[in-house]
Design a protein around this ligand. Sequence first.
Ligand SMILES: [Zn+2]
Length: 172
Amino acid sequence: MRKIIVVTERQAAFQAKVAGIKNFDEAFEMVKSAVFDKFKMHRAGLSLILQVMPTNLGAYHILGSNVIVMNSYVLAAIRKLSGSEGEYNAYLFMVLAHEYLHSLGITDENRVRQMTFELCKDALGDDHSSTRMAKEDPSSLFPQLRTMVQTQFGREFHVVKDFDKSSQSYIQ
Ligand SMILES: [Zn+2]
């Protein structure tokens, strides 16, 4: 049976933008604009750090800090497993949205998950990979993640250059 997927023109335009994301900074700009449109919340001056972490952890935000740490092991795995840049970008958008909401002071995990889901659903539609990953978790799209065993935290931290650069110009 054929499934009919309905997206609005606004969602289709946003889907195309997410599909075309070229780097972390672009992904984050889209997250910030989507969060502002939906929740009227904004903050500036965040840094992104990449670290190898256990597979069950996508990213984390240290409460009260300006740092988001993303699991570079999971990122590399999803880049490899995803059939397209589109799915990798969908993951990037969803994870950054989740951590950005935490950085806005929302500590409750269930609330952040619900808000991330609503945000993705609203901006990208029910059937988009970001929305599906926000509803469940990335392993719903990439079941292979469940069998990957990576239990250690790496000792190296890589700071992503030029992240959140649009707000850096405000700070100077
Ligand atoms: Zn969380």
